[in-house]
Design a protein around this ligand. Structure first.
Ligand SMILES: C[S@@+](CC[C@H](N)C(=O)[O-])C[C@H]1O[C@@H](n2cnc3c(N)ncnc32)[C@H](O)[C@@H]1O
Length: 295
């Protein structure tokens, strides 16, 4: 790859947090009753492509991957109520700042605070990036030995100060973000969604999918990648990623009839999918030792 995919995504959405970017918008209708308490600036800077918030219930703990300006989180905050929680994860400082700008005002209107915005990469949900940044301030990296120490520190943080713990989330939602994760990290991304979900928890993901593989020349275009085009997976491959991570009962909840965009003859459209983390299969009783002498 001749460019840094993550940098192009960071820069595009840093700009998107500051100024509304119409090219990033894939029009979506939300239930208007939940928009009343959300400030116009948050509503305007919506870069989603579906509505995963519909599938959230009272009292649940919800994780929103790539929470952006926080619109989905603030809708979910109302749906889960004061006994539920919503955690928005994003790696972009400007987006996190924007999401947090109205947090107290919205909490005051609701009469409770159940939203949290944290800095992390959605494909590495164990690593608390704010702690990594604090550590780096005192421990700059100038040689391989310092790099090794840094990597050890990251392992320590993942282990001891885990950002999102195993089996801790009822629903993982995401709105138009998975496609932005670089190709080599995509498998780990789906594994992470599975890891953080409780047994019987579900993922409800809206994302852009396509009807043909995206050719390399499009993948190499930073505008197309950060614009939610080139990182899109072919629909069957997208579903396969859930299967490979261990998800069951995979169901398509919504899919645009007309493509959102057609680029070089390839159709890109929004899809919302639901998938469950089921109890892992019981060990065959015949192969188990009797309880008194269990190995
Ligand atoms: C297309 S916007 C969608 C924002 C929001 N979900 C919405 O519906 O408006 C993508 C967001 O995901 C964030 N993002 C992209 N890749 C990410 C990654 N690997 N880890 C964390 N956040 C990421 C971007 O910073 C941006 O805020």
């Amino acid at each position: 790859m001749s460019y840094d995919i993550e940098k192009s995504v960071l820069e595009r959405y840093e700009e998107g947090a500051k100024n509304y970017q119409p090219s990033l918008c894939c029009p979506t209708e939300y239930d208007s009753q939940f928009l009343r308490i959300i400030p116009d600036e948050i509503i305007a800077k919506d870069y989603g492509c579906g509505d995963p918030t519909k599938y959230v219930n009272q009292g649940e703990i919800v994780l929103d991957l790539g929470s952006g300006a926080g619109k989905n989180c603030y809708i979910i905050a109302q749906k889960v109520g004061k006994n539920g929680q919503v955690i928005g994860v994003d790696f972009n400082d400007e987006m996190l700042k924007l999401a947090q700008k109205y947090q107290s005002k919205i909490s005051d209107k609701l009469g409770y605070k159940n939203t949290h915005f944290v800095k992390g990469k959605i494909q590495d949900l164990k690593l608390p990036l704010d702690k990594v940044e604090s550590w780096l301030k005192n421990n700059p990296i100038n040689n391989l030995e310092q790099l090794r120490i840094f990597e050890t520190e990251c392992d320590y943080l993942r282990q001891e100060e885990t950002l999102i713990k195993d089996n801790s989330i009822d629903i993982v939602v995401s709105n138009c973000v998975l496609n932005l994760v670089k190709p080599n990290d995509k498998k780990q991304l789906f594994d992470e969604i599975y890891r953080v979900l409780k047994t019987n928890g579900k993922a409800v993901i809206s994302d852009i999918i396509c009807n043909e593989d995206v050719p390399l020349e499009m993948v190499k275009d930073p505008e197309l990648w950060s614009g939610c085009i080139s990182g899109a997976l072919r629909e069957d491959k997208f579903i396969k990623m859930f299967e490979k991570a261990g998800f069951k009962q995979i169901e398509i909840l919504a899919k645009q009839n007309e493509p959102w965009q057609v680029v070089n003859g390839i159709e890109f459209r929004s899809l919302t999918i639901k998938a469950y983390k089921e109890k892992s299969e019981q060990i065959n009783n015949n192969s188990c030792c009797p309880s008194t002498s269990c190995c």
